[in-house]
Structure formats: C-alpha cells, structure tokens
Design a protein around this ligand. Sequence first.
Ligand code: ADP
Length: 177
Amino acid sequence: MEAVEGDITRIAVDAIVNAANSALAGGGGVDGAIHRAGGPEIMRELDELRRVTGGCPTGSAVATGAGRLPARFVFHSVGPIYRGGERGEPDLLASCYRTCLKLAEDRGLSSLSFPAISTGVYGYPIRPAAEIAVREVKAHLEKADASLQRVVFVLFSRSDYKVYARLLERLPSIHAE
Ligand code: ADP
C-alpha cells in the first residue's frame, strides 16, 4: 500500500478506480478527469451497461476497459453521499473498496489505484474516509491468496495526501514504500 499526491489518470496500474455516480453518467472531479483522459470508449461501455442494468447501486462498482489510460480496466465505484455519517455511509464506503478489490482479484490483477472516493462533491470527511480505505485494503492484502501486490492511493491535494501518509506510517509491516 502506498499513497501518492497527484492525478490518478497518470499513474500506470492494472486498474484505476473511478468515483462515479449511480447513473454512471459521468460528472466532474475525478470522474471527469478519467473520461477526458481515457477518451469516449469508456462512456460507450458505460452507456451499454446502463442500458442493461439501469446503473450501479451505491456501495458497488462496475468494470470497463480503460480507453487511452495507462491501465487495462476502470472500476467505476459509487460512493455514498455523506449526510452526517448515521445513514450507513461508513458501510457503503467500505463496500466500495471491497467491491473494487474483488473485481481486481476476479481478474487476477496485481496493481490497483484508488482516489479518495466520496470525499469531493459527495462530502465525506477525508480522515474517516481514509481510515476506511486503509482498513479495507490492509485486510485484503493480508489474505494469503491475494493476487494484488500493489495498491496506490492517489490523492489530489497535499492535505489529503498527508492524511493517508500518516495512516500508512502507522502500518510499517505492510507499508512497502
Ligand atoms: P465524489 O463524488 O465521490 O466525492 P469527486 O470526484 O468529487 O468524487 O472527489 C473524489 C476525490 O477525488 C476528491 O478528493 C477529489 O479531490 C479527487 N480528485 C479529483 N480529480 C482527481 C484526479 N484527477 N486524480 C485523483 N483524485 C482526484
């Protein structure tokens, strides 16, 4: 597990996680950046998925190809909108991370990157969101049969990066950097 400050569309991994919305309709923030950098092919695949399934429920994720991005897949995960934290938001956010980790394992991938899901427009406070992200990824990587070898948290601001870096410092046994 590692944290880096930067733009998630520029870091080469097997799969990039997107913070999408349940309509799979594209949007601003990291979603907009992924579609801009990846090109129209990703939205074409999402259009088809939406036609078949109607969208993606909060707490889940769907996979597409990655277009021009330096990855093989994008996992579009729908985080909860934060409404104070008493409406199931922690479980829904944890479920986003678990679903993406499972999508990666189902495909036998070795590397995966995550943005800070729900912490932009959806308003989830960064600190508790980061704790959930690190907890879920740590639990996953500790499984003996995990195919994932490298999980990168890509933070768009210095302050978000510092929150993650501090949490990871406390996990020396699996902090590989
Ligand atoms: P949500 O609707 O799930 O809150 P946002 O895209 O609004 O999704 O924000 C999620 C996080 O992604 C925020 O911390 C935002 O700063 C960050 N972000 C925005 N653009 C990028 C990018 N290109 N790479 C990595 N993170 C990004």
